[in-house]
Design a protein around this ligand. Structure first.
Ligand SMILES: [Zn+2]
Ligand SMILES: [Zn+2]
Length: 159
């Protein structure tokens, strides 16, 4: 699953230019398809929010998305962005997690994966992992959610 995703999204870890040019249209169609597949009406503002997430695999908070979009779409409101993200999460289009238990972060990658938080550049990296009986003493427990967060120095910062 992860490998397939990585191939599909190769070279898309960041595309800041999307708001200003043709790049945005590349995501428009994908956003509409994703929403249609999940029975969500693709309104203009929802398309913008989802395109941003498809375009920026940076685990943004709702506030970061709102600020990025409001520069170009003055009509968009903070509440719209929050509600849209909540809708996407409830339909399983995006996954959510928090690295600091304060702000929710949104992730277009919904397959099971871990996060590596660089304490120097603050970037959050995705990495695949495989579940192999790594939890002990939980035989009678049912795991419904799993969050793996590692912290340290990323390869760009340590070189
Ligand atoms: Zn770093
Ligand atoms: Zn992630």
């Amino acid at each position: 699953m992860y490998a397939a995703y990585a191939v599909r999204h190769k070279g898309r870890s960041h595309c800041a230019a999307y708001l200003y040019g043709g790049t945005m249209n590349n995501y428009r169609e994908e956003a509409i398809t994703l929403m249609t597949e999940h029975s969500i009406k693709p309104s203009y503002q929802r398309i913008q929010v989802l395109s941003y997430l498809l375009c920026n695999h940076t685990h943004p908070t709702a506030d970061i998305i709102y600020k990025a979009l409001s520069d170009n779409i003055p009509a968009i409101s903070r509440a719209t962005v929050y509600n849209t993200l909540r809708l996407f999460a409830s339909k399983g289009i995006v996954s959510t997690f928090s690295t600091d238990n304060i702000e929710m972060r949104y992730d277009i990658l919904t397959e099971s994966h871990g996060h590596f938080v660089c304490t120097k550049c603050k970037k959050i990296y995705n990495f695949p992992y495989t579940y192999q009986n790594k939890y002990m003493g939980l035989d009678e427990f049912q795991i419904e959610e799993e969050e793996i967060t590692l912290r340290g120095t990323c390869s760009s910062c340590s070189s």
